[in-house]
Ligand binder design. Sequence first.
Ligand code: HEC
Length: 194
Amino acid sequence: MSPKDRTRAQRREAQEPTELSNPVPWPVAVIAVGFILWGFWYYFQNVGYPAMAGDRRSAIVIDPSASFDGSVVYAGNCAACHQGNGKGLAGVFPPLAGSEWVLENEDRLVQILLHGINGEIEVAGVTYQGVMPAFPQLADGELAAVLSFIRSEWGNTATPIATAAVEAGRQRFPDRDGPWQGGAELNEAFPPES
Ligand code: HEC
């Protein structure tokens, strides 16, 4: 390549780039600073409040007219103690199958579920000394369904319990807080027919 050709080639080359003074346009800077300040404000506004995330719907309000499957209510709330076969656990959880508390006075049965029992209770000739939790959180329809279920399962043949009976039972002992003190107190409130 001749020297003449070389200078021609050099002339063809573009200029080396140099950095120009090119500041961020001031409106963009103002917006960016604005966002940063808004972020701080938002953060401190929300300190101590639960995050606005997840499913924040409140609990389902149970439709009082809905119908319930007593066997499902039983499996979810009772079977852990009274067992799937309704026979309970010897010496610990009394049986519901063949129990006079299940088969006899239905108002008394409703009260057992609404308030629970804490004290000595004799079931089918055996004395138990345990704690039966109360289930006031279940809807009237659910309680009626589970009570009707335990009265008709495992050879039990007692009449079903209506939702209205549970509803009435809730109004019956408004001053009671705490469980029934065993079979003795239940018998006092519901004297056995002699
Ligand atoms: C945590 C265990 C537990 C659960 C859950 C439980 N029970 Fe009981 N239940 C007991 C115990 C213990 C007793 C006996 C109470 C005592 O000894 O004072 C009892 C007693 C009873 C009685 C009267 C005695 C009898 O055997 O007939 C009935 C009726 C009864 N439960 C029904 C139910 C129903 C219906 C459910 C579900 C909605 C339920 N229980 C859930 C432990 C439980």
